[in-house]
Design a protein around this ligand. Structure first.
Ligand SMILES: NC(=O)c1ccc[n+]([C@@H]2O[C@H](COP(=O)([O-])OP(=O)(O)OC[C@H]3O[C@@H](n4cnc5c(N)ncnc54)[C@H](O)[C@@H]3O)[C@@H](O)[C@H]2O)c1
Length: 317
């Protein structure tokens, strides 16, 4: 396939690009390098800010020059806390960027799209395993931009777009040092960076209604997630496949304390966690029901928590 990847210089995008190239696909990367790292990728980056006023024209030109079989759209701002501080910017960039991309795709007749969505669309679910039909209500502007993005993909079916939303759960791990997650935004990279600075990792909330009192999440290895993108692009090339949304997770929950236990094992550092109060807006448990992606794509995560934490530690050291 000839694939256009937006946000391909980012942590997840670079893993998708690497796997796609290994599988023999041709990859073109568009990224504004706002949080992306050019050295993560081997091919040159076409620098376009998708939310800028000239983006439709630039993207249309690119799509006229190269005939793409599908677009994988990962470019977005993704910091929950920042989205609360500057919601307008998140709507402008995440919604505006996707709108510009869809306008260009419609103009140039490019009709297959895989969209990076998030489990943040579920808000505070009350199910042990949350499925795609759960009527989630996102509780922060970041999650709202992802849910609205899904609706935009759905609406574009009116002009013939075949779209797939992938709702990622907690993405972690790395294929190599080059592709490591260098942002300190999620538990595993934050804890690793704290250990490297000689600090103790912090556990926010130890009184949740979970077996050990800390929050439970579904950690999915970024290499498994990359595989799901190619399965999704492939799914769109088969006849009669229409708009659909898929969770991408493992179906297994791990608590913050369990993750930190794995980190003690792989790092060999016997640290004591700092136990802190809950943060507002953290659901006690967020774990994927993976039935749909298993049934439709035949997707099953191949890496477990130990491999995720080890690969993240190795990539950071
Ligand atoms: N990392 C996670 O745990 C996680 C979970 C759920 C969903 N997601 C989604 O996955 C996608 C990729 O996330 P990531 O972790 O790789 O983040 P990242 O910040 O590493 O990658 C995002 C990439 O998009 C680029 N970008 C951002 N805004 C852009 C714009 N306006 N125009 C062009 N390029 C732009 C950045 O430069 C960067 O390379 C995002 O859409 C994010 O919301 C991530």
């Amino acid at each position: 396939m000839n694939l256009l990847l937006t946000g391909g210089a980012g942590y997840i995008g670079a893993h998708v690009a690497a796997l796609a190239e290994r599988e023999g696909h041709t990859v073109t990367i568009v990224d504004d390098l706002s949080t992306g790292v050019a050295k993560r990728i081997v091919s040159p980056v076409i620098t376009i800010n998708l939310a800028a006023s000239d983006a439709v024209e630039k993207l249309s030109t690119l799509m006229r020059e190269t005939k793409f079989d599908a677009v994988i759209h990962l470019a977005a701002r993704k910091q929950v806390g920042q989205s609360v501080e500057i919601p307008e910017q998140y709507f402008l960039d995440n919604i505006g960027g996707l709108a510009n991309l869809l306008l260009a795709m419609r103009q140039e007749n490019v009709k297959k799209l895989v969209f990076s969505s998030s489990a943040a669309t579920y808000g505070m679910p009350t199910l042990d395993l949350v499925d795609e039909d759960y009527p989630g209500v996102p509780i922060n502007p970041y999650g709202q931009t992802k849910l609205v993005g899904e609706w935009m993909v759905q609406n574009a079916a009116n002009w013939g777009l075949k779209g797939v939303n992938l709702r990622y759960f907690n993405v972690a791990g790395a294929e190599s040092k080059r592709l490591a997650d260098t942002a300190e935004l999620n538990l595993i990279p934050i804890a690793i960076a704290q250990l490297k600075r000689g600090e103790q990792p912090i556990v926010f909330g130890t009184d949740y209604p979970t077996p050990d009192g800390s929050c439970i999440r579904d950690y999915v290895h970024v290499e498994d997630l990359a595989k799901a993108h190619l399965m999704a692009a492939n799914y769109l090339t088969t006849p009669d496949q229409e708009y659909a949304t898929f969770n991408v997770g493992t179906g297994q929950g791990a608590s913050v304390l369990q993750v930190l236990e794995e980190l003690k094992k792989v790092s060999g550092i016997k640290f004591e966690e700092v136990l802190a109060d809950r943060r507002p807006g953290d659901p006690p448990r967020l774990v994927a029901n993976t039935d749909r992606i298993e049934r439709v794509f035949g997707f099953k995560a191949s890496f477990g928590l130990q491999e995720i934490v080890k690969s993240a530690w190795d990539a950071a050291n």
